[in-house]
Design a protein around this ligand. Structure first.
Ligand code: HEM
Length: 200
């Protein structure tokens, strides 16, 4: 039986053992993704840059929607121990995954827009570019200003010998609500992208 399963059935206090340390191999995957993005930007090959941008964009959007509308509601109804076991393993992974997807999507989007001439458009068409840039700035502020610190707060609370379940619950509610909000803004972004592709 795994650690998580055995603890879910007992009243064992949740301490260091149940919140694994942040694995630095996540950083390697992030570095690899950023390296591929840099290669795509430097190469100026449209399909390559498009691939990197679309892949990161749909993963980012899909994971946000999945977290907000599927995982979030499930976490609300499972037992406290199960919730802690899942969150303590999920948060360290989200810590690297989501900022990386955000950085790669936004940066590759900017260079793709530059490469394809979207930055030279005149108004009113350029408003679509302004809208995309505004949404990406809002998403980034929310991600770095709210989701990242909340992620870290939950993780470090779980690492304490006696985590405060009430505080974690409050933070998680905020996390899931903001994640769902991000997913919704990203759908708006995909509408803008669909306009980009089919002609402004
Ligand atoms: C949440 C952020 C974003 C997501 C999820 C996203 C997603 C996508 C997707 C899915 C496509 C392909 C659309 C299709 O083939 O129908 C696309 C294309 C594109 N995106 Fe984004 N994008 C994002 C942000 C940005 C930003 C900030 C820019 C820069 C202004 C940008 C510039 C572009 C460009 C230039 C294309 C290609 C248009 C063409 O092929 O004519 N994207 N994006």
């Amino acid at each position: 039986m795994s650690d998580a399963t055995s603890q879910a059935g007992t009243a064992a206090p949740f301490g260091d053992e149940s919140a694994p340390p942040i694995g630095l191999h996540g950083l390697l995957w992030s570095a690899l993704a950023v390296a591929v993005m840099i290669a795509a930007i430097v190469s100026e090959i449209p399909w390559f840059l498009n691939f990197v941008h679309v892949m990161a964009g749909i993963l980012w959007t899909g994971i946000d929607l999945f977290m907000g509308f599927v995982v979030g509601p499930i976490l609300k109804v499972v037992s406290l121990d199960t919730r802690r076991a899942i969150i303590s393993r999920l948060m360290p992974r989200m810590l690297f995954l989501m900022p990386t997807l955000a950085i790669v999507t936004g940066t590759s989007g900017w260079y793709l827009a530059k490469l394809l001439g979207f930055l030279d458009l005149a108004y009113p068409q350029f408003w679509w570019v302004v809208a995309a840039l505004t949404i990406i700035v809002l998403l980034t502020i929310q991600g770095i200003g709210v989701l990242l610190p909340t992620n870290l707060r939950v993780y470090f609370e779980l690492r304490k010998p006696h985590p405060d379940g009430g505080r974690i619950g409050g933070w998680m509610r905020k996390y899931v609500i903001v994640t769902a909000l991000q997913g919704t803004m990203q759908i708006a972004m995909i509408v803008i992208m669909a306009r980009f592709v089919t002609g402004l």
